[in-house]
Design a protein around this ligand. Structure first.
Ligand code: 6PG
Length: 257
């Protein structure tokens, strides 16, 4: 089945983007729970990714808006920095602070990627372990669980998760990869690879700011090579959504008519 064409949503600014994505995320997780009893979300780090989690926490604090049963949500990560557990660079730490601790996702549902001061001395072993964790949550005969929404930020050169342009990860066919010598610090990371990202039901790319506008426009052109611009290579099975603020959308072609 080929992925449906991406849809593009443009909000006026980063704050309204975070709020709109938060509302859409809560609605999507609630809908998944209505069908399956549980929901799963794959988180991203980065400024807009964390702002979305803070906005979700704000919604969850409003009783009438509480539509998600957070005790029945599984949380995964698209990438993580291979640094000590308590390092402020950890995406996990930011997500716990922004949302997870406040809404009470059960500890066993928070599937963090391993830190560098835990069980694994090297990111290759951490990546292999995370692939096993995903497989353990998968239905029989599959290697990945149902991932309802997978959130991604994007760098100005088009990296997504920790898949950087023209790096080994961009050509790696494993679901989870170790990343070394990353061009953006910290240099050592663990990341989902394209096969896992592209198996998610919905992939949402959250992009804010003028600096990202050329990469957004390039990623949405069919001719763009994902090796050079990894964001061009991601899609959800059921939907791919580009959720932008107006500056990030600034270089998209004007809609016809
Ligand atoms: O791992 C990293 O180095 C960053 O977290 C990165 O992947 C981030 O998600 C994007 O660069 C978008 O970040 P912003 O939303 O902050 O621009």
């Amino acid at each position: 089945m080929s992925a449906p064409p991406p849809d593009v949503v443009v909000e006026p600014d980063a704050e309204q983007l975070a709020r709109a994505v938060a509302e859409a995320l809560v609605a999507r997780l609630a809908a998944a729970q209505a069908v399956h009893g549980t929901a799963s979300v794959v988180l991203t780090g980065g400024g807009i990714g964390t702002a979305v989690l803070e906005a979700v926490a704000g919604l969850a604090a409003e009783p009438v808006r509480e539509t998600v049963d957070w005790t029945a949500v599984h949380v995964w990560w698209g990438d993580e920095r291979f640094v000590p557990a308590d390092d402020d660079e950890r995406n996990e730490k930011a997500a716990r602070r922004a949302l997870l601790d406040a809404v009470g996702v059960p500890a066993g549902h928070v599937h963090a990627m391993p830190p560098s001061d835990g069980e694994f001395a090297v990111p290759e072993d951490a990546a292999a372990w995370y692939a096993d964790e995903l497989a353990a949550a998968a239905p029989e005969g599959r290697s990945l669980p149902r991932l309802d929404v997978l959130l991604l930020g994007m760098g100005p050169e088009g990296h997504v998760a920790s898949i950087f342009p023209d790096s080994p990860a961009v050509r790696d066919e494993r679901p989870v990869v170790a990343v070394r010598d990353c061009p953006k610090p910290p240099p050592t990371r663990v990341s989902l690879g394209f096969p896992a990202i592209n198996a998610a039901e919905e992939v949402w790319l959250l992009v804010s700011g003028e600096a990202k506008a050329p990469a957004v426009a390039a990623a949405l052109r069919e001719s763009t090579d994902p090796v050079q611009l990894p964001a061009a290579g991601v899609h959800g099975v059921r939907a791919t959504r580009w959720l932008l603020d107006r500056p990030a959308a600034g270089k998209l072609p004007a809609p016809p008519g």
